[in-house]
Design a protein around this ligand. Structure first.
Ligand code: KIV
Length: 286
């Protein structure tokens, strides 16, 4: 049995739907093969060792150490302020914790747009210093030179088109991209990133029919977030998906758990027991 197909040790998730042999470690080509077999895959953000371990065990194929750590971990209002130096340790925590999932390092705003060389050198840091298996960058046609440079230099690139949060001020806020005539732009971006060598492409806030057209046309897998259910994969920010973040959510978010309530109940119980003297009890005492 090869290293690539040996069954993984723990967890029940991740068994292929098609009867294909289980994959020990997800590589970029496995996502393409899944697309060819008509199998869907999942991706979640992760920014720390424990969520990485849990999502990996659950069978999630791809973990994205997103620049969304900026507004989901570091307390910023948007993804723009996070730096490479802030994102590298989070990426290292995730890549060190997984045994199966593909780990994507997200290139922060300003760390690759200036030139292909700047982008390449930043991507190298994610691979060498943080153990990322590949990187993600935002942009379509205009990022083709960056994608070419990175792939030529041995770094697999996931592209991100449609609504690209790093350009929210250029795009005029959080809004669906590719409606009506603008669908052409999404198609051109998708073709350009594939042509440049991207191994997959995230499509964010794109009408479902446009995303379906891109998915049918491209050979590389598409990953939707607010792009309907005809993409090859789906991604959500984990704090949204599992209810750690509450309040107004984008329409494309589905909440699968209510972690905020679980933690709130736990913290209240702890607080009450400390204040009443019930904790620590005899069994917690040396
Ligand atoms: O940083 C991030 O979380 C992302 C996803 C929304 C795709 O880019």
């Amino acid at each position: 049995m090869s290293e690539e197909t040996a069954p993984y040790g723990s967890g029940s998730g991740g068994a292929p739907a098609s009867g294909a042999p289980p994959i020990k470690r997800i590589r970029t080509q496995h996502l393409r093969e899944m697309k060819q077999r008509g199998e869907r895959f999942s991706m979640l953000t992760s920014y720390d060792q424990y969520t990485a371990e849990i999502f990996d065990e659950a069978g999630v194929e791809v973990l994205l150490v997103g620049d969304s750590a900026s507004n989901n971990v570091l307390g910023n209002a948007t993804s723009l302020p996070i730096t490479v130096d802030e994102l590298l340790p989070l990426t290292r925590a995730v890549s060190g914790a997984v045994s199966r999932a593909l780990v994507v390092g997200d290139l922060p705003f300003g760390s690759y747009q200036a030139s292909p060389e700047q982008g390449y050198l930043t991507a190298v840091r994610f691979m060498k210093e943080a153990g990322a298996h590949c990187v993600k960058l935002e942009g379509g046609v205009e990022m083709a030179p960056q994608i070419e440079r990175m792939t030529r230099g041995g770094i697999p690139v996931m592209a991100h088109i449609g609504f690209t949060p790093q350009s929210e001020h250029t795009l005029g806020g959080y809004r669906v991209q590719g409606r009506g005539d603008a669908a052409d732009r999404v198609l051109r971006d998708a073709r350009a990133v594939q042509e440049a060598g991207a191994f997959a492409v995230v499509m964010e806030m794109v009408p479902g029919d446009v995303a379906a057209q891109v998915t049918a046309e491209l050979e590389i897998p598409t990953i939707g977030i607010g792009a309907g259910n005809r993409c090859d994969g789906q991604v959500l920010v984990w704090q949204d998906a599992f209810g750690l973040r509450t309040g107004r959510m984008p329409r494309f978010v589905k909440q699968y758990a209510d972690l905020r309530s679980v933690l709130l109940d736990g913290a209240r119980a702890y607080d009450a027991e400390v204040k009443s003297g019930a904790f620590p009890a005899e069994e917690h005492t040396f």
